[in-house]
Design a binder for this molecule. Sequence first.
Ligand code: GRF
Length: 577
Amino acid sequence: MKNVLILASGIGSNFEAIIKYFKKNERNDIDFKLLCNRKNAKVLKRAEKLNIEANYLEFDKFKDFFKNRKFDLVVMAGFDRILDKEIIEANPFINIHPSLLPKYKGLNAIQKAFVNHDTISGITIHYANEKVDDGEIIYQKSLKINPKWSLKKLETKIHELEHYYYPRIIEKLLGLNVLVIGSGAREHCIAEKIKESKFLNKLYLADANDGFSFLGEKIEYIDYFDLAQKAKEKKISFAIIGSEKYLSEGIVDIFKKFDIKAIGPDEKTSKLEASKLYAKKIMQKYNIKTAAYKKITKKNNINKFVDLFKNPVIKADGLAFGKGVYFNSDKKKVKSELFNFLSGKFSNASKTCLIEERLFGFEVSLFSFWDGENLVHMPLCQDFKQNNEGLNTGGLASICPIILNSKNEFKLNNYKKKLELFFKKEKIKTPFILYSGLMVASDDIYVLEYNVRLGDPECQVLLNYIENDWLSIFFAQVNKMLDYVKLQNKKRETTCIVMTSKGYPLKSRKNIEITNINKNNNLKIYFSNVKICNNKLYSMGGRVLSLVSQDKNLIYNTLEEINFEEKVYKKNVEIKQ
Ligand code: GRF
């Protein structure tokens, strides 16, 4: 049980917003109490109605009150006095102020912005100290003032922001319960980053493999309704969904029915990844450059359609887990593979296909985090999909960051602007991560494909290159606070090399023991297809583990040392430009 004391002196609308937020989320693990220094304050009536223990106390007696009491958090919500240093330093105190501090400290901040005809105002949530409206800023949200607004309207707008953001910041400071869904090295990396955060209360995992399930409490489930029900019982603050598998099966919409926040697109937006045709249509609508294409469903059109293209590439319309793309300079081979695709090589996913003109240049991956209002672009990554035999895999290596020359950087910025327009015009509400697979060609930057989640293995390098607290980033994404995130990075190129079993991406053997994995502080190990039996680690085929470091030699030396009869990994991984 966490103890939170709210200090208020006046109307108490913030107090009410806080209580209602936590009641709605059924957070009965937090005990809220109110302390008020004004006998007739309206906030006392609100507390009674909301069934919250409330006390009036003369301000002179506050010192004594705090003497032998400890709180997990003290929240000032319209409290009209300042407290002594010794009281403030004994507990974490936070305050909210209706201006963009340091502007307009003290009383009547909203009126001051109004009479000064300010064009911008906002709110500040900050740690409190012994001075008025001072202390380290936790979060600020700005608001454009419409000159036609009355003072009353401006006050309403400011209070709306307060009532939305204050409860959420309190939730974060008290500790978040996070659910990570997925079984791969990507999810291992996400889970580990979240585990490192000081804002974590408890980590829950669904489908985690044996290589990282120890990081949190595992939730077993029958279907997504069952998982949502269990997530609700565990008071999950939000869920992070790793793989497209869950997204395409509609998990986000089910979670929504249970009022569980999640990072992942709704069904409509997930079509950006689940249907290449849908993605093409969106690109056309927003004037985003992409290769010319033709849709094909009938086998008797194969000859005619393929011959329309100089260098044809075929793509399954639906999800094929990174493997539904084929090209070959021999058109006969393209035609015969297209026949296989249309015959159902990837079941229904390839019953409709696209034929595209092949683009030339170098590929990069751009991850853009959307929170419903703000779009934050991550540094570029590059992934290495083809194995030594030229087969497409789920990804064998990745590097972050990729620095473009100024000409290409300019084109990338143009693309980012178009993306922003697309997100805003389509009114996408759900927070999710858009993964743009881009081709940097000699004349422009083209979109090869869209995914709606982090890539594996790009996630592993991105999350290790960016130094921010990742739980804070994900939390900001779920709560429309990405505008306040300032990315910091390691400055040093980060590499990930994936170790796979022999035969991948086709067939690979299972149950082969892996030993001699030497740990090093400068190296991260993330597991994917593994299981632990009698304290021994076994490969379950496919991609087995990811090694991440800023020191590439260290990765290769470690890979060399690992004892695994079947090991295969990509050598000499270098940025392709
Ligand atoms: C809020 O505007 C808050 O920012 C400031 O005092 C006001 C309190 O309003 N510190 P209420 O009592 O919560 O309605």
